[in-house]
Write a protein that binds this ligand. Structure first.
Ligand code: 3HC
Length: 311
């Protein structure tokens, strides 16, 4: 027999209402939100590295300024999301430790290298494009702080996607060598950005419950399909080829048939064996250690302020 609180919770969810931090919620709902929001936050923070790699080597002052703004935005996205997760009872330190110890997951996509400038275009166009497909529905997530954080993040994400598209467009209008560089980056980022949406629906243990609780609004495969149908016309404008020879539009179903994603590679990356997993964690660990003095100074300042307030 469901308790009065459970019935109220179910009613709020059924009526598309928000669940707020002070509301009663099933422990499993709280747990899956902490899991997803903290992983999302970790992804934003680790996601700063592949692009940060090119800030000192951007081809012009304009590109450098845009890239710096984008990387700073990712840091902000991470902080909004850590704060949203903290409303569920986990502390910032616990989440930091989970990431630095290698226990926490973060998006597979950030474990790939960025060997050329064109990668900045491919990441903006493909990775932030995928992030938009995945994050717009999350603006309607049933948990208030998460949905609200998404609204702000999605606004900044569309600037990220446009600047990536524009980098690729500039390269595709450049020399043959620049066109090759852009196509090479699209070839390397296309399949990992499809995998970013998560495993196929029949191998997605969290989806059913996450959709019942209206955290996840569309399945992994549904969002992947949306993403591809957004990419095809944009690839034509860019003049790049999407590296999937089996990609074709099925008139009957109105959907895209696509080639097989390499799920072995995906699960290898999730197990920490991607091209850059070790390097990304090492960089995060070092930054955390080198940043200890800032945390100590802030804590000391707060202590003195509290003493002053008491005096
Ligand atoms: N990378 C790492 N792990 C992934 C993953 C990915 N791309 N896709 C799925 N997984 C993990 C899941 O976390 C889950 O493991 P867990 O139970 O230990 O958490 C397992 O694989 C099975 O996947 P499910 O489909 O059952 O899991 P979910 O229902 O949680 O769906 C998700 C996965 C779609 C990624 C969902 O968690 C989600 O929407 N998360 C928030 C969005 C997000 O993280 N976006 C990507 C990174 S942010 C970004 O792109 C920055 C941009 O500004 C550049």
């Amino acid at each position: 027999e469901a308790s009065a609180e459970e019935r109220l919770f179910e009613e709020l969810i059924a009526n598309e209402q928000r669940i707020e931090p002070r509301d009663w919620m099933p422990e499993a709902y709280r747990k899956t939100l902490i899991r997803q929001i903290s992983q999302h936050a970790h992804s934003e923070i680790i996601g700063m590295q592949p692009e940060g790699n090119w800030i000192t080597r951007a081809p012009s002052l304009k590109r450098k300024a845009i890239l710096m703004a984008k990387v700073q935005d990712e840091a902000g996205h991470g902080l909004y999301l850590y704060s949203a997760a903290q409303t569920l009872g986990i502390t910032r330190d616990e989440m930091m430790d989970q990431l630095i110890s290698g226990k926490a997951k973060y998006s597979s996509i950030f474990n790939y290298p960025t060997p050329t400038w064109a990668d900045m275009g491919a990441i903006g166009w493909l990775v932030d494009g995928a992030a938009i497909c995945n994050q717009v529905p999350l603006c309607r997530a049933s948990y208030g702080p998460y949905g609200r954080a998404m609204v702000r993040i999605c606004k900044e994400e569309s600037f990220h996607q446009r600047q990536g598209f524009e980098i690729l467009l500039t390269l595709m209008r450049g020399t043959e060598e620049q066109r090759q560089m852009a196509q090479d980056a699209v070839d390397r980022w296309y399949w990992p950005s499809l995998a970013m949406f998560g495993p196929p629906d029949d191998q997605s243990p969290n989806s059913a419950q996450s959709m019942a609780w209206k955290i996840k609004r569309f399945s992994n495969d549904e969002l992947r399909q949306r993403f591809v149908s957004m990419l095809v016309p944009q690839a034509e404008i860019l003049g790049v080829t999407l590296p999937d020879p089996d990609l074709r539009f099925d008139e009957e179903t109105g959907r895209y048939e696509m080639g097989e994603i390499d799920w072995d590679e995906f699960f290898q990356v999730l197990r920490g064996n991607g091209p850059c997993n070790a390097e990304r964690l090492e960089r995060r660990r070092t930054a955390h250690e080198e940043g200890a003095w800032v945390r100590e100074a802030a804590a000391e300042y707060a202590r003195k302020q509290a003493l002053k307030a008491k005096a």
